[in-house]
Ligand binder design. Structure first.
Ligand SMILES: *[C@@H]1O[C@H](CO)[C@@H](O)[C@H](O)[C@H]1NC(C)=O
Ligand SMILES: [Cu+2]
Length: 229
């Protein structure tokens, strides 16, 4: 009995290591939408991006080419939106969500414009311990500010796995982008913005980061501050 449960937990760990979590679907109107219906399909299966200077840091490998074959979701400014994963996050690290306005349609947009940050979920700290609040999350949602200007955008989510981030290019970026059309928006001025690539450096304190020792007492999110509307 005991041996069996050890075996099963070993098997689960091994399977987990083989099959990384992926952000497969958009969550809107309180509903998890179909896998890769509004989310751009990637070509690296479940592997992370590790080079922050690559165009893959925008929408994952293959995520620029698959825009045209991906549907565009209508989402309402002021509503709750987000992304769901095929399995819960099991590495330690933060979640961040960005958006970038398309010059024309979301499906034809390559993400080369300005990106602003909408949400982030990092660790919390309590009596000498670091608690990775994003670990075990299966779905991450946030409120899209009601002043977000209407129009078509790329909505991008990432989990930055930092378990091996104390070495150069050790941070792993699990990324997906959705094509969205924001309706009912306002006249907000989203910012500050970054370019992707460009806005992240391999040496940013939240990217080149030792999560173990000495036990961190703070975490510096890479990228700009969150735009809250
Ligand atoms: C959300 O609801 C609105 C209003 O009914 C609808 O227009 C829109 O298509 C829905 N979006 C998604 C992604 O289901
Ligand atoms: Cu892994």
């Amino acid at each position: 009995m005991k041996n069996l449960s050890v075996l099963l937990s070993l098997a689960a760990t091994f399977q987990g290591a083989l099959a990384h979590y992926r952000w497969t679907s958009l969550v809107a109107n309180g509903t998890k939408t179909a896998d890769y219906y509004f989310v751009r399909q990637n070509t690296n299966y479940n592997s992370p991006v590790t080079d922050v200077t690559s165009n893959d840091i925008r929408c994952n490998a293959g995520g620029l080419a698959s825009g045209a074959s991906t549907n565009t979701a209508t989402i309402t400014a002021g509503s709750t939106v987000g992304f769901a994963l095929d399995q819960s996050i099991y590495h330690i690290g933060p979640i961040q969500v960005y958006m970038s306005k398309a010059p024309s349609t979301a499906s034809s947009y390559d993400g080369s414009g300005d990106w602003f940050k909408l949400a982030q979920l990092g660790p919390s700290f309590s009596s000498g311990a670091i608690n990775w609040d994003a670990t075990q999350v299966g779905q991450y949602t946030f409120k899209l500010p009601s002043s977000t200007p209407s129009g078509q955008y790329l909505l991008r989510v990432e989990h930055i796995a930092v378990h091996a981030a104390s070495g150069a290019n050790g941070a792993q970026f699990y990324i997906s982008c959705a094509n969205v059309n924001v309706v009912g928006g306002g006249s907000g001025k989203p910012g500050p913005t970054i370019k992707l690539p460009g806005g992240y450096k391999a040496t940013d304190p939240g990217i080149l980061f030792n999560p173990y020792y000495p036990v961190p007492t703070s975490y510096t999110f890479p990228g700009p501050a969150v735009w809250s509307g």
